[in-house]
Design a protein around this ligand. Structure first.
Ligand code: SF4
Length: 456
């Protein structure tokens, strides 16, 4: 047997025992399987977290969480029981090491961030911003981002069944926090959705619609179904992708009779019209892939849709190791039939420096996972470069490792550059976390911050 850096082993999926958590000790399998029960028992604040884990967490954790929520958090807290249950899945809160294990848990690290997780030197990159991908600037109609020549992103609603600490759409999605007020759609939902369909009818160059939010699992099913049915009536739309992290965070929703029957109706029409419908989910760790998640993904595939794909986000402390990423990809592929598709670098939103990886780290991870997975299931590692779009991490044009600045080019114009003759010649910048730079690079950024005019 040749020794390899990664050893593949098939591991049976297991639903962690939620009854190990004092607050859910009496919850029946029937309640656990209910989407309604899950939504009603989400953990939304510290008091509710206490109710669930009892005395299992030290006071220092709650104080740390409270300080983060007051001073740093860009997302409010919302964690469905299904996700809480995948944190420290093998330990009861009565175990003396529970607090340390909870601190170290990869799911906790991004779903329940605490103050001491974040960097004190650079909690945010000086060029971090709300709406760091400038999606709102590229709205063709409110909520419809037209950022690529042939595809659009339709943000149907600004809520999700779960809120991730690192959410790229922190500008719009979720409830306000003490440090971030949220953008509000100006138009009523019906007017926005009607305007989106109208735009797509009038723009035959668009063939691909990512139906997102937020998370489509928060849309009442009949309204979501009628919107997708509306897309299916538009001649030029060939690909429809429904974005839902809830396929993992709240698989119970995707397993309801209403949703399964509705997806079957949509899949049938899509097949008749030769259109592909897929679900895109967002799973970051292997321990999140449980039998319920696998059942939800398979139930969706059984409706006749084209695929279920995963777009994870690279996060330090969650999935920044080759082994973690390969374990995740194999769990998705082997047992849940979810196609590993993308791993995004975490976007440059405020408060994300402790999560972000450098471009060099992402390139190394891409290198190190090659050759283990089937080619069709080998995910691409992506840097979403502001004003450029998604680029594979090895497509960088130039890279100054001392200053942590990578330079990227683009090959199409968006509406914001329609009159910009140099758009396709220009280089666009992306930035590594400053704390990873050599001293000269860190000094460069300290001096830029000291001269505010240079920070832009
Ligand atoms: S599910 Fe997606 S949109 Fe919702 S909070 Fe998480 S990252 Fe943001």
């Amino acid at each position: 047997m040749i020794e390899q850096p990664y050893v593949y082993r098939h591991t049976e999926l297991v639903e962690p025992d939620w009854q190990r958590l004092p607050g859910w000790a009496d919850v029946s399998p029937r309640d656990w399987a209910s989407a309604q029960w899950q939504r009603a028992h989400c953990v939304k604040n510290i008091r509710q977290l206490r109710q669930v884990v009892g005395d299992g967490l030290d006071e220092r954790f709650y104080a740390d969480l409270e300080r983060d929520q007051a001073e740093r958090a860009t997302m409010s807290m919302l964690v469905p029981p299904q996700m809480v249950n995948t944190m420290v899945p093998h330990l009861s809160p009565a175990h003396p090491g529970f607090t340390d294990a909870f601190y170290a848990d990869p799911v906790r690290r991004y779903m329940i961030p605490v103050f001491t997780d974040r960097r004190e030197d650079w909690p945010s990159h000086p060029l971090a911003s709300r709406d760091s991908l400038h999606e709102a600037e590229m709205w063709a109609v409110e909520g419809l981002t037209h950022r690529y020549p042939t595809k659009v992103l339709a943000e149907l609603l600004p809520t999700c069944p779960q809120y991730c600490g690192h959410c790229t759409r922190m500008d719009l999605v979720g409830n306000p926090t003490p440090v971030v007020d949220k953008h509000k759609f100006a138009l009523a939902r019906e007017d926005r959705l009607t305007a989106m369909l109208g735009y797509l009818r009038n723009n035959p160059g668009v063939r691909d619609v990512v139906v997102s939010g937020g998370d489509v699992a928060n849309m009442p099913w009949p309204r979501l179904e009628s919107f997708v049915a509306g897309l299916l009536e538009i001649e030029n739309i060939r690909d429809i992708r429904l974005a839902s992290k809830a396929l993992m965070g709240l698989p119970q929703f995707w397993l309801t009779d209403e949703v399964r029957a509705g997806m079957e109706r949509l899949a049938k029409v899509a097949r008749e019209r030769d259109v592909s419908i897929a679900i895109h989910t967002h799973v970051n760790t292997a321990q999140s892939v449980t039998p319920l998640v696998a059942a939800a993904a398979k139930a969706m595939l059984e409706t006749g849709i084209r695929d279920v794909r995963n777009q994870g986000v690279l996060l330090r402390g969650t999935n920044d190791k080759t082994e973690q990423l390969l374990d995740l990809c194999f769990a998705l592929l082997d047992d849940a039939k979810i196609m590993p598709y993308y791993f995004y670098m975490c976007d440059m939103i405020p408060g994300s420096e402790h999560w972000r990886l450098s471009l060099a780290e992402a390139q190394k991870l891409q290198h190190d996972i090659m050759g283990y997975l089937p080619g069709f299931a080998t995910p691409r590692f992506i840097c979403d470069v502001p004003y450029v779009g998604k680029r594979w991490v090895h497509q960088v044009a130039r890279y100054d490792r001392e200053l942590g600045i990578s330079y990227w080019t683009k090959n199409y114009r968006t509406a914001v550059e329609s009159g910009d003759e140099l758009a396709l010649q220009r280089e666009y910048e992306y930035y590594d976390p400053i704390h990873l730079l050599p001293e000269a690079g860190q000094e460069y950024w300290r001096s830029r911050v000291a001269t505010p005019v240079a920070v832009g």
